[in-house]
Design a protein around this ligand. Structure first.
Ligand code: NAD
Ligand code: DAU
Length: 358
């Protein structure tokens, strides 16, 4: 039985990871530590809350005493650090909390893992690992050609990506200095169930269903490299088990799309299958994001050749699964968009994305 300490497991990717692991293995125990910020939602995990191999602890990764207690009371084999402030637009409005959680929280976890796993100077118990879940955004932005490899220099542009890059460098420093057993994964944009509708794909779906206009930043031609969230979970599982200590692994599946293409794909699916009154008049071009990265594109060659990981869900399949999930879980969407979401939405988009007259 291996014990995983998963931080941020009530968020989008963390909750998908917990479901994936508990479905796949009978011999894993998962302790999920989450602060339950606006992005953390225990409803994502309601179907497994009675599972004897799962435990939730409401805590902040910055809390030294609490995180140390969790380590001391449990025989933690692997720490998978998803916990983060994750939204670029919020980092432009309020950068400090990104430094608190993403940088200082990660340093706190590194110290506690080091203290609890160390058996002597620079030696550790067998088979422990600290997996830092990072992002392709740390590399900055690409022009029309080329891809991010693990050797691409870090060049983050937003406070969010700068905080993730800072955390990555400290994680690597704990390997170089203390030999703490670490890996870093840098994945491209994820999509799938349980994603908070501040992010592009669930925001589009929610707005279409409410007949609200869809805010497209700038000219809509920025490119993201989309990966179905379960493929990311599989990659993390594989890096924990077989990743070479101290190494970074990029995760992505060569699925680059412009934002406007994503918007049109979703509008067309809903128009053809759900509501034929929906059309492209919902698209509203709005002011661009400050410092908006133009293009992301992952070179996944290293994880493919060293760990035999390949994405299994083509975009055409994954996007339909995703749209259907949100259509089948309208209560989930209602719950997460009640309360403070509306306040956030109005502050972000004002009346630029008003409801279409019926
Ligand atoms: P999310 O915002 O949906 O979830 C973040 C979770 O962390 C929430 O449950 C939140 O409550 C929790 N959290 C925040 N601060 C905390 C703290 N101080 N202590 C404990 N818990 C805290 O984010 P996500 O999209 O699931 O991303 C998870 C991780 O994956 C992040 O580290 C992000 O940088 C990285 N990542 C995301 C993507 C993507 O496309 N979403 C792609 C690559 C990497
Ligand atoms: O690349 C990985 C990153 O992907 C993760 O590290 C981040 O945590 C995650 O939030 C995501 O960042 P992006 O900024 O790429 O995702 P977002 O969904 O916010 O935006 C995707 C693209 O869509 C981006 O070019 C901005 C644009 N956009 C976004 C929103 C919310 C719009 O045009 N309109 C919108 O309303």
């Amino acid at each position: 039985m291996k014990t995983y300490l998963v931080t941020g497991g009530a968020g989008f990717i963390g909750s998908n990871f917990i479901h994936y692991m508990l479905n796949k293995y009978n011999d894993v125990r998962i302790i999920n530590v989450d602060k339950l910020t606006y992005a953390g939602n225990l409803e994502n995990l309601s179907s497994i809350k009675e599972n004897k191999n799962y435990q939730f602890i409401h805590a902040d990764i910055c809390d030294k005493r609490c995180m140390d207690k969790i380590f001391k009371e449990n025989n933690i084999d692997y720490l998978v650090n998803f916990a983060a402030e994750s939204h670029v637009d919020r980092s432009i409005q309020n950068p400090e909390i990104f430094i608190e959680t993403n940088v200082k929280g990660t340093v706190n976890l590194l110290n506690i893992a080091k203290e609890n796993w160390e058996t002597g100077e620079n030696t550790y118990k067998e088979n422990h690992k600290f997996l830092q879940v990072s992002t392709d955004e740390v590399y900055g932005s690409l022009d029309d050609t080329g891809y991010f490899t693990e050797n691409t220099p870090l060049c983050p542009h937003s406070p969010y990506s700068a905080s993730k890059a800072g955390a990555d460098m400290i994680v690597k420093a704990y390997f170089d200095t203390f030999k703490l057993p670490i890996n870093i994964t840098r994945c491209s944009n994820n999509y799938g169930p349980y994603q908070f509708p501040e992010k592009l794909i669930p925001l589009i779906i929610n707005n279409i269903l409410k007949h609200r206009q869809i805010p497209v930043y700038g000219d809509g031609m920025n490119i993201r490299d989309w990966l179905y969230v379960e493929d990311h979970c599989k990659a993390i599982d594989s890096v924990i088990k077989n990743g070479k200590l101290g190494e970074v692994y990029n995760v992505g599946g060569h699925n680059e799309r412009t934002n406007i293409d994503i918007v049109r794909t979703i509008i067309n699916y809903i128009k053809e299958n759900v509501d034929d009154t929906v059309n492209e008049n919902l698209i509203k071009y709005v002011a661009d994001r400050k410092g908006h990265d133009r293009r992301y594109g992952i070179d996944p060659q290293k994880i493919q050749s060293e760990l035999a990981w390949h994405p299994e869900t083509p975009f055409e399949v994954g996007i339909i699964k995703t749209i259907k999930w949100y259509l089948d879980n309208k209560n989930w969407m209602e719950n997460v968009t009640s309360g403070k979401y509306q306040e956030y939405y109005n502050k972000m988009y004002g009346d630029k994305t008003c409801t279409r007259s019926q």
